[in-house]
Design a protein around this ligand. Sequence first.
Ligand code: GTS
Length: 213
Amino acid sequence: MKIYDVPGFPNPLRVRIALAEKGLSDQVEFVKVDLPGGEHKEEAFLAKNPSGAVPVLELGDGLFISECTAITEYVDNLDGKPILTGATPRDKAVIHMMQKRAETELIDAVADYFHYATPGLGPKIEDGKKPTWTGRDAFGRKQGERAVAGMRYFDKVLRHQPYVAGEAFSMADITVLGGLVFAGFAKIDVPEDCAALMAWRQRVQERPSVKAA
Ligand code: GTS
């Protein structure tokens, strides 16, 4: 397996944590993509992922799989013993629901803030490749506020249960963590009164998979 990504970037981090949780990191060849240089918007990369984003998984038979959730589902189910995406229909549904919330209300909202309300990845990417419609800054700021509301939501969830989707660490936790990492990168602070979310982050950061990723 090959993974096209950028080490340290938030969405790639999600897949690297999932691989480490599954003990598969050393079975993967990582290929670094030049994001600030715009390599991900060139034809050769768009043939791998038309969305022009990392990470992308390449299988031995030449199939490319993008989207962190799809890649995580794949690696989690390779051995028939899923630990991140749910083993029962109920767990699968709850994990899927919470991870989607973590994408929409947190990591994707932070990404919009980063790309639309800050210089983002620099003018070559942001100005040349993204729409320049009026109000994009205001949209970005609104998405920043949405991300903070997302943090408050997950704080509330974590006051009553140890992990985002319930009793066990899952793909939903990985997505929330990726969102907080991205928020740090984009300089969106976690509200000080989100004590449960901060305690959860502290705990999750101690996992060997997170330390290794
Ligand atoms: N939903 C996608 C996924 O789950 O893989 C998001 C992928 C994504 O947005 N990746 C970012 C990217 O390639 C990298 S990161 O900064 O989010 O880690 N962005 C390129 C660009 O031009 O915006």
